[in-house]
Design a protein around this ligand. Structure first.
Ligand code: DX5
Length: 226
């Protein structure tokens, strides 16, 4: 579907943390579709980033949707705080949830859309029994924790299988890809079935031309679908 909805979702990980509000406004101006907040707890992944108060501070500055990518060991205690901070989408890692069905239910009950992320080594079967609760499936094409890593092309068969699984059991769910997405890799990820693309370092590579980079990413994805 050449005119499929292509969503470009920047990760704020490479953004200037001393000016996150300005950076969110610049991303909105550049024409992105949503903003992803990469939340890391130093336990599920080695890195540590931000809490909901940072997101809440930026919420009133832009009209864009916010998604929280929770790379944290136990997301349950703080689920509501991310929604209160202004995230319309909360993404948890299947590997971090002892009771994933309940966690996704709680996210939806709190009024947000529920997303589940899978690390490269995690099979799709980890989510096959909760697809009725999944609004977005995030397939990682890097091992999470840091930006600027190389795209794992070996995840493309997983993307193809994920799209087929969602088409059968959750056709309205978004398929997002995250990790090493840039002009050289977004086409292959799109051809494999992704339609939502989280990009960090490639998107901030030329801070003077964010809009141009967003447009290039979008057109590369569309070209792959022709
Ligand atoms: C996990 C993070 C990163 C980030 C994107 O480490 O989720 O994947 O969003 O970073 P880049 O686009 O630089 O790989």
């Amino acid at each position: 579907m050449a005119d499929a909805q292509i969503r470009i979702v920047p990760s704020v990980l490479p953004a200037d943390f001393a000016r996150l509000g300005d950076e969110c406004q610049a991303l909105e101006k550049a024409g992105v579709d949503r903003i992803q907040w990469d939340v890391m707890d130093g336990n599920f992944v080695p890195n540590i980033t931000m809490g909901p108060d940072i997101v809440a501070a930026c919420r009133p500055l832009v009209g864009l949707g916010f998604e929280a990518h929770l790379m944290v060991s136990d997301p349950d205690p703080m689920l509501g705080r991310w929604v209160e901070a202004g995230c319309e989408l909360v993404i948890v890692h299947a590997e971090a949830c002892r009771h994933l069905h309940r966690t996704l239910s709680v996210i939806r009950d709190s009024g947000a859309r529920a997303g589940v992320a899978l690390n490269p080594a995690t099979p799709l079967t980890a989510v096959e029994h909760v697809l009725d609760l999944v609004d977005l499936l995030l397939v990682m094409t890097v091992n999470p924790g840091f930006g600027g890593q190389h795209y794992l092309a070996s995840m493309e068969p997983k993307l193809v299988a994920a799209r087929a699984m969602l088409d059968r059991h959750a056709p309205a769910a978004e398929l997002e890809v995250d990790g090493g997405i840039g002009p050289a890799t977004i086409g292959a990820a799109a051809a494999a079935g992704a339609r939502t693309f989280c990009a960090g370092s490639s998107l901030f590579a030329d801070r003077d031309d964010l809009a141009g980079t967003v447009a290039r990413l979008r057109s590369r994805a569309r070209e792959a679908l022709r």
